[in-house]
Design a protein around this ligand. Structure first.
Ligand code: G6P
Length: 369
C-alpha cells in the first residue's frame, strides 16, 4: 500500500501533489500556447451547435457541482450564453423546462453518479444536446453523452475529490474558450492571453504546493475550532464552497461556504473570537469588496485566514494568517486558490486522527439514489 501511495501517507495527499502533472495531462495535446490554438477532439463536430445554444445547463453533484459553478461564470463571460447550474438530484425530479436548443453539460469524476446519469438521460430524450465532462474513460455518463471532453486526471482514490476538481476547471475553461472562439465572442488577444494563463497553471500549482508546511502549521493552530466559515466572491465563491466541503468531509468540523457579501444576511451573527474565517481573496475585479468584508469580520473579532496573491500587503495587515499564491487571471485563479483549501482540510483531518482517504458515511461514487 505504501508503494501505491508513492511515498505519501495518504492517497489524498498524493493526489493533491499530483496536480501539476494531472493539469499538464488535461491540457496536453489540446492547448498550444505558441500558435494560440485549442483543440478539443471530443467536441469538434459539436462546436458550432454549442455556440448556437440558447442556454447551457450544467448538472452535477458534490465537488463536480462546484466546478460547474465556476464554469457558469466562465462561460457566461466568454460566450455570452445564459448558463444555469443544477444539482442533478433536484433537476431530475422537478420537471424542468428543457428541450431542443439546450445544451446540458454533465460534470462527473466517476461518470457513474446515479442522479447525474438519470438527469441527462431524460434531458436527452427531450432533445437536448448532452456534453460529458468525466474523468473515467468509458463510464456511463461518458457513453450516453453526444460529445464531451475527458479530464485525464488519472484514477482518483481518495474519497474527497481533489485532482479531479482542478482538471474539471481546466477542461471547462477550454470548452468555454473553444465555444467563444466559434461564436466570435472573444478577441484573439484575450483568447491568447487565457491560453497562456492555462498553459502556466501547472507551474503555479507546483508553487502553491510549496505552502504545505506552512498550511500544516495553520491547521494545527485552528484544528480544535468547532465551526469554520469560508468566504469568497466571483470566481472564488465556489472555491469557498469547496473549501468548506473538503473540511466537512474529512475533518468532521462543521463548515459553511458563503458568498462574502451575503454573509451580512446571516452567517455574520456567528462571528466571534472563536470562529476561523477563511477568505479566498486573490487579486481580481472583486478584490476591494473582499477587503471590506475582511474588515467586517475583524471588527467582530473573527480569526481571518486569507488566501491572497503573492505580494499582497493590504490584507497582510488585517489577517491573522496569510497564504500567498501566484497571481493568475481571475478565470483560472480557482485552480490555484483551491490548493490551500485542499491542504488545510487534509492536515486538519490528519491532525485529528481521522482516516482522510475513507471518511465515515461517504462513498467515492454514489451510484444509488
Ligand atoms: C461523491 C464523492 C464526491 C463527488 C460526488 C460527485 O459524493 O464523495 O467527492 O464530488 O460524489 O461525484 P462525481 O463522480 O459525479 O463527480
Amino acid at each position: 500500500a505504501a508503494i501505491e501511495k508513492g511515498g505519501y501517507d495518504h492517497f489524498m495527499l498524493k493526489e493533491i501533489f499530483e496536480q501539476p502533472q494531472t493539469l499538464f495531462d488535461s491540457l496536453r495535446g489540446r492547448l498550444d500556447a505558441k500558435s494560440g490554438t485549442l483543440t478539443l477532439g471530443g467536441i469538434r463536430e459539436h462546436a458550432r451547435l454549442l455556440s448556437q445554444a440558447k442556454r447551457i445547463i450544467i448538472v452535477a453533484c458534490g465537488t463536480s457541482w462546484h466546478a460547474g459553478l465556476v464554469a457558469e461564470y466562465m462561460i457566461e463571460e466568454l460566450c455570452r450564453i445564459p448558463v444555469e447550474v443544477e444539482y442533478a438530484s433536484e433537476f431530475r425530479y422537478r420537471n424542468p423546462v428543457v428541450g431542443e436548443g439546450d445544451v446540458i453539460i454533465a460534470v462527473s469524476q466517476s461518470g457513474e453518479t446515479a442522479d447525474t446519469l438519470v438527469a441527462i438521460e431524460s434531458a436527452k430524450e427531450k432533445g437536448a444536446i448532452i456534453l460529458g465532462v468525466c474523468n473515467v474513460v468509458g463510464s456511463s455518463i461518458a457513453r450516453i453523452s453526444h460529445a464531451g471532453a475527458y479530464t485525464h486526471a488519472g484514477p482518483e482514490i481518495g474519497v474527497a475529490s481533489t485532482k479531479a476538481f482542478t482538471a474539471q476547471l481546466a477542461v471547462l475553461c477550454m470548452i468555454g474558450l473553444r465555444v467563444a472562439q466559434e461564436k466570435g465572442s472573444i478577441t484573439q488577444q484575450r483568447l491568447q492571453h487565457l491560453i497562456d494563463e492555462l498553459d502556466a497553471i501547472p507551474e503555479k500549482v507546483a508553487t502553491a504546493l510549496k505552502l504545505n508546511d506552512k498550511i500544516r502549521e495553520i491547521a494545527d493552530k485552528y484544528k480544535d475550532a468547532r465551526d469554520f466559515l469560508y468566504l469568497g466572491r466571483g470566481y472564488n465563491f465556489p472555491v469557498a464552497l469547496e473549501g468548506a466541503l473538503k473540511l466537512k468531509e474529512i475533518s468532521y468540523i462543521h463548515a459553511e461556504g458563503y458568498p462574502a457579501a451575503e454573509m451580512k444576511h446571516g452567517p455574520i451573527a456567528l462571528v466571534d473570537e472563536n470562529l476561523p474565517v477563511v477568505f479566498v481573496a486573490t487579486r481580481d475585479s472583486y478584490y476591494e469588496k473582499v477587503v471590506s468584508n475582511i474588515q467586517e469580520i475583524k471588527a467582530r473579532k473573527g480569526k481571518v485566514i486569507a488566501v491572497v496573491t503573492e505580494g499582497d500587503q493590504t490584507i497582510r495587515g488585517m489577517a491573522d494568517d496569510i497564504i500567498e499564491v501566484p497571481a493568475s487571471d481571475e478565470l483560472v485563479a480557482p485552480i490555484v486558490s483551491v490548493i490551500p483549501m485542499q491542504l488545510l482540510a487534509y492536515h486538519i483531518g490528519v491532525l485529528k486522527g481521522f482516516d482522510v482517504d475513507k471518511p465515515r458515511n461517504l462513498a467515492k461514487s454514489v451510484t444509488v439514489e
